[in-house]
Design a protein around this ligand. Structure first.
Ligand code: GLU
Length: 262
């Protein structure tokens, strides 16, 4: 697709259900495949920001405990899991010659112009230095007032703050369908969305999986945020991260949300 030829800086969001096995442990094979491919894109001159979920799940798995039942448990488990996640990313990226940088954000960073400008400067500087910023919500201090409501939303703001050319949402569903593909095998994939209107929103259905927090509705909200700011977005199935090569090779996959202005 010709639109991608000019993409230099892009944000990839990967969700918990794509990063972890059924029982919550990190899916190292998939993470390593993703890291290798992102490293290759970097070698080809692209600038990449990775928005990664999985902190809470990785913390639960590491502690060998139950899913969090209250905010303070969730915060503590995220604190354990976030360092676990970064350790894995750092090891894999460094195997391919790249350096990662952790950026943990809360909603007030976006709302406060001074803090937002600081985040903008840090992203810019890290990308100039050739690093791969890896972003998550700062779950261990996040409360209802401070949180983004999930990483689909976070990834949209990150795309805005780092002035990305494209946002790619790697999900456990391969795009927007006219009905839920998990329930209806005849569901039809929508290849391209020009505008997110009421008809498109009606296709979204409910929430996501037991491990992840996002569903199609939050992805469409994220798409609306970025496309209105002039940044296109894709939803792709992240089960096999090689879809990123397919996308840049021009294959018609996933759902493309066209930017509303240039
Ligand atoms: N920040 C959460 C985590 O790392 C994930 C939020 C989401 O899945 O949207 O566990």
């Amino acid at each position: 697709m010709s639109t991608l030829q000019n993409v230099r800086r892009f944000v990839v969001k990967i969700g918990t259900s794509t990063l972890t096995h059924e029982e919550g442990h990190l899916n190292l094979r998939r993470i390593e495949a993703l890291v290798k491919i992102l490293s290759d894109f970097k070698n080809a001159g692209k600038e990449i920001v990775l928005v990664s979920s999985g902190a809470v799940s990785a913390g639960v798995a590491r502690l060998g405990t139950h899913r969090p039942t209250c905010t303070k448990e969730k915060q503590a488990m995220a604190a354990v899991g976030q360092s676990e996640l970064m350790k894995i990313y750092s090891r894999f990226f460094s195997d391919y010659g790249h350096t990662v940088a952790q950026m943990l954000l809360t909603k007030d960073v976006i709302d406060n112009p001074v803090r937002r400008a600081a985040a903008e400067d840090t992203f810019e500087t890290l990308l100039e230095m050739g690093c791969v910023p890896i972003v998550n919500e700062n779950d261990c201090i996040s409360t209802t007032e401070l949180n983004f409501g999930g990483n689909d939303t976070l990834s949209a703001y990150v795309a805005l703050v780092c002035h990305a050319d494209l946002l790619i949402n790697l999900s456990d569903v391969g795009g927007l369908y006219d009905s839920d593909p998990r329930k209806n095998p005849a569901a039809r994939r929508i290849a391209r969305v020009e505008k997110i209107d009421e008809d498109v929103l009606a296709m979204a259905g409910g929430a996501g999986t037991a491990r992840g927090t996002g569903g199609m509705a939050t992805k469409l909200e994220a798409a609306r945020t970025v496309t209105e700011a002039g940044i296109p977005m894709f939803i792709l199935n992240g089960e096999d991260p090689h879809v990123l090569y397919d996308l840049f090779d021009g294959k018609e996959i996933g759902t493309y949300f066209a930017a509303q202005k240039q």
